[in-house]
Unconditional design. Structure first.
Length: 429
């Protein structure tokens, strides 16, 4: 697709605008001014270009920026080759909190151009979930010690919470939070919600929060309501009283009682999802805000139509049942898994777990993770909103990243003529 001049122009134009919207030049620079030869915003733009083009290492970024033709350098504001050691040192000097506002800026810009409108739901929904990446270091803050044997090599686990806007067609990541080694997902939810509200509270970007059972507690549910939001939380037997009430209300419902259902085909197997939903007639102590209980039954049928697996999952919500149709309730539950889909893409197309770029400095590892989520969001909005036609929107991620790589290293002045130039920072004396 990127071999055509028109598509090269579109891709470079998209990168020029979207990287600019992230406002990387506003990321605070704590490096010593003495000997500083690169503007931080230029280095971060190079890193972001490498991420969207599929670079697997800082060395790949150096090679990519060395091959950029002059017209692309001007459009993207990357005047020369970015040395991998310079980029590594710059990333190591940053805090994740320094870079997260760039993700917020890119998200708010997308909202202003109406790229984040709810799809199939009457309001915005943000879904949160945890993710872990193993590295060869541990600082007991950004990376929890994870050595399996006393004589084995030092290993660390970098844990984060991802916030994905699952109500949007593109499912962009709108924030990411490092989990300190001293706590877990359960203990992080209040901090995550407060941070999300500081970043987006005035935008009406979302009104409901979803999370799996790993963060389900009455304290966290109360925290959601105290912020003026609603929740949809998965529950398991780790919440015995609540789980027992949910199974008592809905556990005996038969397929004919389902309020809504969907059927999908996966590798020749049919997956039927049936929704059973009801008003909460009673609630355990501390759950006075509970309004709706849901059970979703997952049945898998082989090509002959024989049932081979059945699973049931339960959810609770502070939203009144009447606020959504039955079909919308089932869609809401299904959309929650959009945050897991974003994790899968980060691990496959972006190879985050296999190639985190920086492994010996956990703080810098997290900084790269934030940049990687900016890259993911830029690409998923391009793929899911800007591209036309179902075939183009279903284009494999790796193909899209290869298109960007080819456009970046082969676009000509003639193909890019007319695009507004990126304003290059003045050279340092």
């Amino acid at each position: 697709m990127a071999t055509t001049g028109r598509m090269k122009r579109r891709l470079i134009g998209m990168l020029q605008k979207r990287i600019g919207e992230a406002r990387l030049d506003e990321v605070p620079d704590s490096r010593d001014r003495r000997g500083r030869r690169w503007e931080l915003g230029t280095l971060l733009a190079g890193a972001l270009l490498g991420l969207v083009a599929g670079s697997r290492s800082l060395r790949d970024v150096e090679q990519l920026t060395a091959e950029l033709p002059p017209p692309v350098r001007v459009k993207l504001g990357i005047p020369r080759r970015v040395p991998d050691t310079t980029l590594r040192d710059a990333l190591a000097a940053l805090e994740p909190e320094d870079v997260r506002p760039a993700l917020h800026a890119a998200t708010r810009a997308a909202q202003r151009r109406k790229a984040l409108e709810p799809d199939g739901l009457p309001f915005g929904v943000v879904s949160l979930d945890g993710k872990s990446t193993a590295v060869h270091a541990a600082d007991d803050f950004f990376a929890q010690r994870h050595t399996t044997a006393e004589t084995g090599p030092l290993a660390g686990l970098v844990r984060t919470v991802t916030a994905t806007l699952t109500s949007s067609t593109a499912r962009p990541v709108i924030d990411v939070f490092p989990i300190p080694a001293s706590t877990n997902e359960m203990g992080m939810l209040h901090h995550c919600l407060s941070s999300l509200m500081r970043a987006y509270g005035r935008t009406d970007l979302f009104r409901l929060v979803t999370y799996d059972a790993g963060a389900c507690s009455k304290e966290n549910a109360r925290a959601v309501r105290d912020l003026g939001l609603h929740y949809l939380l998965a529950i398991k037997s780790s919440q015995p009283t609540l789980y027992a009430e949910a199974t008592r209300w809905l556990g005996a419902a038969a397929p004919d009682d389902a309020a809504a259902s969907t059927t999908d085909v996966d590798h020749g197997y049919r997956v039927v999802r049936r929704l059973y939903v009801g008003d909460a007639t009673a609630a355990p102590e501390g759950w006075e805000h509970l309004r709706t209980v849901l059970r979703v039954e997952f049945e898998t049928l082989d090509p002959k139509g024989t049932s081979v697996a059945v699973d049931n999952r339960y959810f609770v919500s502070s939203l009144m049942r009447s606020r959504l149709t039955d079909a919308q309730w089932l869609l809401l539950v299904r959309r929650h898994w959009g945050v897991e889909t974003s994790h899968q893409i980060l691990d496959t197309a972006f190879a985050e777990d296999d190639h985190p770029w920086i492994e010996q400095n956990p703080r810098a590892t997290v900084v790269v993770m934030v940049l990687r989520r900016i890259a993911y969001t830029l690409l998923t909005l391009w793929r899911g909103v800007s591209l036309r036609g179902d075939e183009q929107r279903a284009r494999p991620w790796r193909d899209l990243m290869r298109d960007i790589l080819l456009a970046a290293v082969t676009a000509t002045l003639h193909q890019l003529r007319g695009l507004r130039n990126h304003r290059l920072p003045p050279p340092l004396s």
